[in-house]
Design a protein around this ligand. Structure first.
Ligand SMILES: Cc1cc2nc3c(=O)[nH]c(=O)nc-3n(C[C@H](O)[C@H](O)[C@H](O)COP(=O)(O)OP(=O)(O)OC[C@H]3O[C@@H](n4cnc5c(N)ncnc54)[C@H](O)[C@@H]3O)c2cc1C
Length: 413
């Protein structure tokens, strides 16, 4: 069996769905292939995000839960920060993804759940489409002048078509989604240190109606530990949280992998684009990729549709996506990666010191840094409040940061 369309999308996650909506709005025929039975299930993310982005992306308010207090915990220090009004939020992940799916369908896209993509179809070094197995195990060839690989961590088509190797450095996360009747629903916790999250961090993300996602993420191969083994000790042993998790029980259990290598070298070749996690387009600073996947998917969908309409789906045309993406996100996400590599090996003492420094920042500065909005102004503001940073050995690191910040925006690194 063979089916044809104009833009073929592998993966019905946030990147693929946003690409489908954007391309369909330009009146090209779009098909999305998703291997799972449902969009947004199983959940493999914690859903932490930012209200301003959800507003910019048109996500309805009832699909995210605002956070007014963020507490950072290291082995011997705690920094609570208040936000009024709230800037951060926790998503109803399934609700948001299904909302994006509805928008893609309303724009004209066709979604196929339970369609597992197996191989890429190639001719003379050009990607012509993919083969997929449907819900009754029939094999179908899907042909299109442009395919977008939005398959997330597996980068299913990318790794089979010479667009780089499988990700080697990644965050491995394990999480309970709990009903926790005593947990304060406006407080989010980020926990650092070797006892609970070596080479990574742990989190408690409330998402409304008594529900809380409690998780641990560990960086591999920097550390070989199994994130799952830390979950129960956080609930029972961490003094700041044990009362809050009294009488709580998990309702769901999630695991997931997040690429932590920075963006891949190229996102495009003849007939193919990669978007979202498949291209390493999330922030490695805190393992945040949902809003980036939506923005990037949208950008990829528009370039793909424009290429189809121009009758030119060559690598040269499709490289517009690389250029646009790097102009908008390249610098900030490069800096996020530089910081991630720097802090990944922090000892408990270094985390305590980092939190002491954080105490001198404003809540706005901390939010801006976590969001990855790096500007010379932010770094200078941080230095102004922490003049000791340069003297205490941070100079080399700051020089690397400032060098990247000062590189022209749009530079393909
Ligand atoms: C433990 C953990 C916690 C996280 N927490 C956060 C957070 O708090 N905030 C945040 O913003 N980000 C977070 N992230 C990152 C975020 O989940 C990702 O960046 C985001 O999901 C990327 O979206 P995507 O569409 O690129 O890929 P995905 O969401 O992975 O979607 C890819 C889709 O492709 C489908 N697929 C894969 N292979 C095939 C195939 N062969 N055939 C058909 N379909 C296929 C998959 O089933 C999936 O639906 C977290 C990640 C992990 C692992």
């Amino acid at each position: 069996m063979t089916e044809e369309c104009d833009v073929l999308i592998v993966g019905g996650g946030p990147a693929g769905l946003a690409a489908a909506e954007a391309a369909s709005k330009l009146n090209v025929r779009v098909v999305v292939l998703e291997r799972q039975n449902e969009i947004g299930y199983p959940v493999h993310t914690s859903g932490g995000s930012w209200i301003s982005d959800m507003q910019a992306l048109g996500i309805p308010e009832n699909l995210y839960h605002p956070i007014t207090k963020v507490v950072f915990i290291s082995p011997n220090c705690a920094v609570p920060l208040d936000y009024h009004p709230a800037v951060a939020c926790v998503l109803d992940v399934r609700g948001v993804y299904q909302h994006l799916a509805g928008r893609a369908i309303a724009a004209g896209a066709s979604l196929r759940v339970r369609h597992t993509v197996e191989t890429a179809i190639q001719e003379n070094d050009r990607i012509m489409g993919v083969t997929a197995k449907n819900h009754v195990s029939e094999r179908i060839n899907f042909l299109a002048p442009v395919t977008i690989d939005a398959s997330g961590f597996s980068r299913h088509i990318g790794v089979r078509t010479g667009m780089g190797n499988a990700f080697h450095r990644y965050g491995y996360g394990a999480e309970y989604d709990m009903y926790a009747p005593h947990y304060p629903q406006d407080e989010l916790f980020l926990i650092m240190g070797n006892k609970y999250a070596p080479r990574g961090y742990a989190w408690a993300f409330p998402r409304g109606n008594g529900r809380v996602r409690l998780g641990v993420g560990v960086l591999h191969p920097d550390c070989d530990d199994d994130a799952r083994s830390y979950l129960d000790s956080i609930i029972h042993d961490l003094p700041q949280l044990s009362d809050k998790f009294k009488d709580a029980s998990p309702i769901e259990y999630h695991t997931g992998l997040f690429p932590s290598e920075g963006p891949i070298e190229r996102f495009s070749r003849d007939g193919l684009l990669l978007a979202g996690d498949a291209a390493g387009q999330g922030s490695t600073l805190v393992g945040e990729g949902i809003r980036f996947a939506i923005y990037s998917g949208r950008m990829a969908g528009i370039v793909a549709a424009e290429a189809v309409k121009a009758g030119d789906t060559s690598a040269v045309f499709l490289e517009r996506f690389d250029k646009q993406w790097r102009a908008r996100f390249g610098r900030d996400l490069d800096i996020a990666y530089i910081i991630n590599k720097h802090i990944a090996g922090y000892s408990d003492v270094q985390w305590d010191n980092a939190l002491h420094l954080m105490q001198r920042l404003t809540p706005t500065q901390v939010a801006q840094a976590l969001r990855g909005d790096f500007s010379v102004g932010l770094i200078m503001g941080i230095l102004a409040r922490n003049p000791g940073l340069v003297a205490t050995g941070g100079k080399k690191f700051l020089d690397v940061l400032l060098e990247r910040i000062n590189k022209p925006v749009g530079n393909i690194s």
